[in-house]
Design a protein around this ligand. Structure first.
Ligand SMILES: Nc1ncnc2c1ncn2[C@@H]1O[C@H](COP(=O)(O)OP(=O)(O)OP(=O)(O)O)[C@@H](O)[C@H]1O
Ligand SMILES: [Mg+2]
Length: 348
C-alpha cells in the first residue's frame, strides 16, 4: 500500500480525486484543488433508435423535467450507488475530458474516487471499473464519510473519536472515526432527494397542486427549515405548478411553517440514524464525541436550523462544516496528496 501510495507523489500534477455524488460530481486536481463542480446528470438523445449523449452536468440539469420525448435527462446515481453504469461511465469520461482539456487527452491520470461506506463489493467494483474505462491508469477508493471528515478538518488520524454526518442527495452517512478508520458507520437512505419528494407530496396533498422536483429543490434550498419558524409562520412562498383538479397551471402561497412540516419526516429519519449510531458507539469513543461533538457535511447540512435541532435532540455539540458541499471532494483530494492520510485509500 505504501508503495502504491508514494507513486502519487512521483507522478505529479495530473492525478485527480473525484466525489461522484448522487446530486453533484466534484473533481479535484492535484496541486490545483477543486476545478469542476457540476450536477450528476446526463441528457441522452435517441435519434432513429440510436442513443447519444446530448449534454452532461449543468447543461443537462437545466433540461430536467423539460425534455421533449426523444431526450431523457438521467441521473446515473441513485441512493448513493450507480443505478446506470454505462451512463455513469459516460459522465465520468466527460468530466475528466473537460478537466484535462484536449491537449492532455492521452495522459491518463491516477484517480481517487469516493464510495459510500455501505456500498457492496460489487458496487465498488462498478465504480472502479467506470473510472478505469474512463481512462484512469489506476484507481483508488476512499470511504465517503472518511473523505468528508478529512475535508472538514476533523482529527481522523488521532486516537480520538469524532462523528461526521454527511447529508447528501441520496443518502445520509453517519460515521464515528478514529485512527484513520471508521469505528462505526450507518447509512440512511434519506437525503436531499427525499426532502424534495416530501415537499412535492405535501403540496399535492394539501393544495392539489403538482410541482416538479426542480421547484421543490428550489423551495428547500431557499426556505427549508428543520424546526417551526419562531412566529409559527415564517416567510411566505409563491409556488407555481399544475392544478390537479382542472389541469391548468396555477400559483399558490405556502408558508415556511408548511415547509418545516413537509421536511419533518426526512429530517426525523436523519436524527434517528444519528441516535442509532450513538447507541452503537463504544463507550470510550462516545466519551470523546461528548467533547468533539458532531460535524455536519453535505448539502443537507445547509438546511436552516438543522444543527440546532440535532443539538437539542442529542444534547451534544453540533457544528456545520465550513463548506459542506465541498468537504468530500476536498477530503478525497487531501487523502491523495498528504502522506499523513496513508492508509485510508483502498486499492479496490
Ligand atoms: N442551501 C441548501 N439547503 C438545503 N439543501 C441543499 C442546499 N444546497 C444544496 N442542498 C441539497 O444538497 C444535496 C446535494 O448535496 P451533496 O452535493 O452533498 O450530495 P451528493 O454528494 O451529490 O450526494 P450523495 O453523497 O448522497 O451521493 C441536494 O439534494 C441539494 O438539493
Ligand atoms: Mg456526497
Amino acid at each position: 500500500m505504501a508503495g502504491l501510495f508514494s507513486r502519487f507523489f512521483k507522478l505529479g500534477s495530473q492525478n485527480m480525486a473525484i466525489d461522484l455524488g448522487t446530486a453533484n460530481t466534484l473533481v479535484y486536481v492535484q496541486d490545483r484543488g477543486i476545478v469542476l463542480n457540476e450536477p450528476s446528470v446526463v441528457a441522452i438523445e435517441t435519434l432513429n433508435g440510436v442513443k447519444k449523449v446530448k449534454a452532461v452536468g449543468d447543461d443537462a440539469k437545466m433540461m430536467m423535467g423539460k425534455t421533449p420525448d426523444n431526450i431523457e435527462a438521467i441521473r446515473p446515481l441513485r441512493d448513493g450507488v450507480i443505478a446506470d453504469i454505462e451512463i455513469a461511465e459516460e459522465m465520468i469520461k466527460h468530466f475528466i475530458r473537460k478537466v484535462h482539456g484536449k491537449k492532455n487527452l492521452f495522459r491518463y491520470p491516477e484517480i481517487v474516487i469516493c464510495v459510500p461506506s455501505g456500498s457492496t463489493s460489487v458496487e465498488r467494483r462498478a465504480i472502479r471499473d467506470a473510472a478505469s474505462n474512463a481512462g484512469a491508469s489506476q484507481v483508488f477508493l476512499i470511504l465517503e464519510p472518511m473523505a468528508a471528515a478529512i475535508g472538514a478538518d476533523m482529527p481522523v488520524t488521532e486516537p480520538v473519536g469524532s462523528m461526521v454526518v454527511d447529508i447528501g442527495g441520496g443518502t445520509t452517512e453517519v460515521a464515528v472515526l478514529s485512527l484513520r478508520g471508521l469505528a462505526y458507520t450507518t447509512s440512511v437512505r434519506v437525503g436531499g432527494d427525499k426532502m424534495d419528494e416530501s415537499i412535492v407530496s405535501y403540496v399535492r396533498r394539501h393544495h392539489n397542486l403538482l410541482i416538479g422536483d426542480a421547484t421543490a429543490e428550489r423551495i428547500k434550498k431557499e426556505y427549508g427549515i428543520a424546526v417551526m419558524p419562531a412566529d409559527g409562520v415564517g416567510e411566505l412562498i409563491q409556488i407555481k405548478g399544475r392544478d390537479l383538479v382542472n389541469g391548468v397551471p396555477k400559483e399558490i402561497t405556502i408558508s415556511q411553517a408548511n415547509v418545516a412540516e413537509a421536511l419533518a419526516e426526512p429530517i426525523g429519519a436523519i436524527v434517528e440514524g444519528v441516535r442509532i449510531a450513538l447507541e452503537n458507539t463504544a463507550p470510550e469513543l462516545a466519551a470523546d464525541i461528548v467533547d468533539q461533538g458532531i460535524v455536519l457535511t453535505g448539502g443537507g447540512a445547509l438546511i436552516q436550523g438543522l444543527d440546532d435541532y440535532l443539538r437539542e435532540e442529542t444534547g451534544l455539540p453540533v457544528s456545520v462544516a465550513e463548506d459542506p458541499l465541498s468537504c468530500v471532494a476536498l477530503g478525497t483530494g487531501r487523502a491523495m496528496e498528504d502522506p499523513i492520510y496513508r492508509g485510508v485509500l483502498m486499492s479496490a
